[in-house]
Design a protein around this ligand. Structure first.
Ligand SMILES: [Zn+2]
Length: 150
């Protein structure tokens, strides 16, 4: 894998910007809907529906939370595309760390050998599908596993 070209960065930026506008619109209208559902709960006529409304509202709020997290990831990716992020766009910071640790490890140790084979660049196919991906697939899975067990 290799560093994204200028043209590729422009393409990722366009996808990120469009997706961000999309999600912001979504979250806005979902929030309106959730608020409307809670207005209804307040009226006596809808007491019977309250159970489902509460369920819908909880479900909706969960969706909003997820989308807000994605929005945050997209904003961070846009900063990386602009060269202002915490790390370079297209690179997996966890792989970078493993490579750095491998360089410090004794030569020819298992750690050094496996780190030498690592490529910190996230595959283009993944970035095209998910330009706001923070990590390579392997480290993304690690991260999700850690979160579940937390
Ligand atoms: Zn990685």
């Amino acid at each position: 894998m290799s560093k994204p070209t200028k043209a590729e960065l422009a393409k990722y930026k366009a996808i990120l910007t469009a997706q961000l506008a999309n999600l912001r619109g979504d979250v806005g209208s979902m929030r309106d809907e959730a608020l409307r559902a809670s207005d209804q709960d307040a009226s006596v006529d809808h007491l019977a529906d309250q159970g489902t409304d509460n369920y819908d509202q909880g479900f909706m709020l969960g969706l909003i939370e997820n989308e807000e997290e994605t929005i945050q990831h997209i904003e961070e990716a846009l900063e990386r595309v602009a060269g202002k992020g915490d790390w370079e766009f297209g690179v997996c910071p966890q792989c970078t760390e493993e490579i750095e640790n491998g360089k410090k490890a004794p030569k020819d140790s298992k750690k050094a050998r496996s780190a030498a084979k690592l490529d910190p660049w996230i595959p283009k196919a993944r970035l095209e599908y998910l330009p706001w991906a923070r990590y390579c697939l392997r480290h993304q899975e690690d991260e999700e596993r850690n979160r579940e067990s937390a």
